[in-house]
Design a protein around this ligand. Structure first.
Ligand SMILES: *Cc1c(COP(=O)(O)O)cnc(C)c1O
Length: 361
């Protein structure tokens, strides 16, 4: 059996069908149905946030955030993220301005943001990479000073808390992805979180074509999600606590195997962070060694992933970009090792010995 970087957690089948049956019995499978509303309430409670909307995916949630905040100009963003972060900015007709990353957390370097602000800058979109928090305090201070909006791509941050509250509660808007590769998932899906009721109302309208009944308010999109996806969420959510616990155990086995290589490991032990253990990134000394390790793992049917590669400031279709040496360097040297609930100690031993063998050669 191949071992992939992530593996979708599937709840017992009957738990899913029990939820599905509720939709079947009502003959109601989409359009803000009972299961969607119940999932949203459970997620608000779980995350401790006031306003949350379940969406069809995390990318459209980012696009809605940009739209709802009336952002049309330059957006300061991170080059070290999944392509959807920059993609959403471009798709909305805005201009991404890449600011290099902090070499410790791989999140945007807050100290470098101010130098890239122009009269056209309207927002900052930063990613909590692997669920490691951005420097939210500094970013908010810059945003306040220059009157910028702050949006967080929290696609990896479900179940992470920072300074005692959900990492998804930071910024004016945060989004999360519930894609099947993420620790909490609804097969496809995502959510958008905001603080004011006014913004919530706007996002609610944007999510379903900009109208309520016969009253039309704004240009909307279809970003709703279905009862079938909500059923998956409702049957996965009760397993989150044990899933994160299981991930933590595996994470610690890895950490232990690699303890002679502290420079290869990231600062997940930040005291203010309670981590979801969604990823196990490993930083190699060079791309050459990374590729050798990746090949060796793949020869053994183990499939790690280069999250994130390439650095987004090097995408070939950008009309304007800038150098981000830290991100370009890190993206060439970091590999996410398999991190999923099914891994045994033996699997972790096998994966780490293959990696250790390559790096000691
Ligand atoms: C997965 C991911 C997304 C996209 O989410 P989808 O739900 O697949 O649209 C965006 N940003 C980051 C950092 C991601 O990892």
């Amino acid at each position: 059996m191949p071992i992939n970087v992530t593996k979708t957690f599937l709840p017992p089948f009957e738990e899913y069908t029990r939820q599905l049956k509720r939709a079947w019995d009502k003959g109601w499978i989409t359009n803000n149905g009972e299961l969607v509303r119940e999932l949203e309430q459970k997620l608000r409670d779980y995350l401790g946030v006031k306003n949350l909307l379940f969406c069809s995916n995390g990318t459209i949630a980012l696009q809605m955030a940009i739209k709802a905040l009336d952002i049309t100009g330059e957006i300061i963003t991170t080059p070290f993220s999944y392509v959807a972060t920059a993609g959403a900015i471009l798709w909305e007709g805005c201009t991404p301005v890449f600011v290099d990353i902090d070499k410790k957390t791989f999140c945007i370097d807050a100290d470098k943001i101010a130098a890239s602000i122009t009269s056209n800058t309207q927002a900052i979109i930063a990613t909590h990479v692997y669920g490691l928090p951005c420097d939210t305090g500094k970013i908010q201070a810059i945003a306040d000073k220059y009157h910028l909006k702050v949006i967080y791509d929290g696609a990896h941050a479900f179940g992470c808390t920072y300074k005692g509250r959900s990492l998804l509660s930071y910024g004016e808007v945060s989004i999360c992805s519930f894609h099947a590769t993420k620790i909490f998932h609804t097969a496809e899906g995502g959510c958008i979180i905001c603080h004011t009721d006014e913004l919530y109302e706007k996002l609610f309208l944007l999510r379903s074509f900009g109208h309520r009944g016969d009253d039309y308010y704004c240009t909307g999109i279809n970003a709703k999600n279905s009862e079938l996806h909500a059923a998956m969420g409702l049957s996965v959510l009760p397993h989150m606590e044990s899933l994160i616990k299981r991930h933590k155990e595996i994470f610690q086995w890895y950490r232990d195997r690699f303890k002679q290589y502290p420079s290869a490991l990231l600062p997940f032990n930040d005291e203010e962070l309670s981590y979801n253990y969604g990823y196990f990134p490993f930083l190699f000394e060079s791309e050459k060694i990374l590729l050798a390790a990746k090949n060796s793992l793949e020869d053994n049917w183990i499939f790690p992933r280069r999250y994130f590669y390439p650095s987004l400031n090097t995408l070939p279709y950008l009309s304007k970009t800038s150098d981000c040496p830290a991100s370009e360097d890190i993206s060439k040297r970091v590999l996410c090792l398999p991190m999923q609930a099914d891994l045994s100690v033996k699997d972790v031993d096998r994966i780490s010995s293959l990696v250790l063998k390559v790096i000691s050669e």
